[in-house]
Design a protein around this ligand. Structure first.
Ligand SMILES: [Zn+2]
Length: 307
């Protein structure tokens, strides 16, 4: 063996970074998908104009702590990303210049001599869920009802990203409230009706004697909940009739709220699924909720591109 290899005691590892609006979570996995590290910091501390030095410091620390050789890195963001996964197209959910992200990627690749790509956060949640549920070889749809209405398409081998990298914008199909402009700039997107944002807006219309987390536990909210779930179920059924999937994963912050009527939601979806197929065969899984799933999903995706 050449001397260099003989004395290289470093552990080969991949890094997954999930950068949310509030927290940035980090996962390190070795080649056997064993977790080496899970940690989080505040996004405001690293997503500044010094984003590269901030990332470098953070990554150097992890490399030193665990004696690692990084082979790939995937950075998840709540944004749209170019087909080649090298550029951020829009950052409506993060207060930072898109150009800074593109520079960051090139600088990280040079600094750590490993492949670095971006990915949409919802696709990383999907990567985690298909792995966790052992359905990586199936056709799987992920419906994540959180602040917005996230959606992801897994076609057996991996994520379907479309011709330009931006496939799966279920939240922005034009079946919402036409009188309203969506955060994306278009009128009447589904998210103007079916999203955590709209639920919160309804909740905040008048002073309430209970926290938002208990929204689904209040009988007086039933009329709103019924129409909210019916519209959401129509959207999910539409994706099922379009894609004929093996499995549909249902999750997100709204689904995780106390007393969310999950079984009732599935019944509403069923009403609009085409019979006999795919209705009789499609299989539903409730997503496991843990704040680190996106970061672990990012590391799992990094293993796929790692040499
Ligand atoms: Zn929209």
């Amino acid at each position: 063996l050449p001397a260099e290899q003989e004395f290289d005691q470093r552990i080969s590892a991949v890094m997954g970074i999930d950068m949310g609006a509030t927290h940035t979570r980090i996962s390190l996995l070795d080649r056997n998908k064993k977790t080496l590290d899970l940690s989080k910091i505040k996004t405001a501390e690293i997503a500044t104009s010094d984003i590269f030095p901030n990332f470098k410091r953070l990554i150097d620390e992890k490399i030193k702590q665990h004696c690692l050789k990084l082979t790939a890195m995937v950075i998840g963001l709540p944004v749209t990303i170019s087909k080649d996964r090298m550029k951020v197209l829009s950052t409506s959910n993060l207060q930072i210049d898109t150009q800074l992200f593109s520079e960051l990627l090139v600088l990280l690749q040079q600094e750590f001599s490993c492949q670095v790509v971006f990915e949409r956060d919802v696709n990383l949640q999907m990567a985690y869920d298909v792995h966790h549920n052992g359905v990586e070889d199936k056709i799987v749809l992920g419906c994540y009802l959180g602040t917005g209405f996230g959606f992801s398409i897994w076609l057996g081998e991996g994520i379907y990203t479309g011709a330009h990298g931006v496939a799966g914008e279920l939240g922005h199909i034009p079946y919402g409230n036409e009188a309203e402009i969506c955060v994306c700039g278009n009128p009447g997107c589904l998210e103007t009706v079916v999203s955590g944002m709209n639920l919160r807006r309804y909740y905040e219309q008048k002073p309430q004697g209970y926290p938002l987390d208990l929204f689904f536990s209040q009988p007086e909210n039933q009329p709103f909940i019924d129409s909210f779930l019916r519209e959401g179920a129509k959207a999910v059924a539409t994706t099922i009739n379009l894609f004929d999937p093996d499995t549909v994963i249902i999750g997100g912050g709204v689904v995780d709220m106390k007393d969310f009527p999950y079984q009732y939601f599935l019944e509403l979806i069923w009403v609009h699924c085409r019979k006999p197929l795919p209705a009789e065969q499609v299989h539903f899984i409730k997503a496991a909720s843990s704040s680190f799933n996106g970061a672990i999903g990012a590391a799992l995706q990094a293993l796929k591109i790692s040499r």
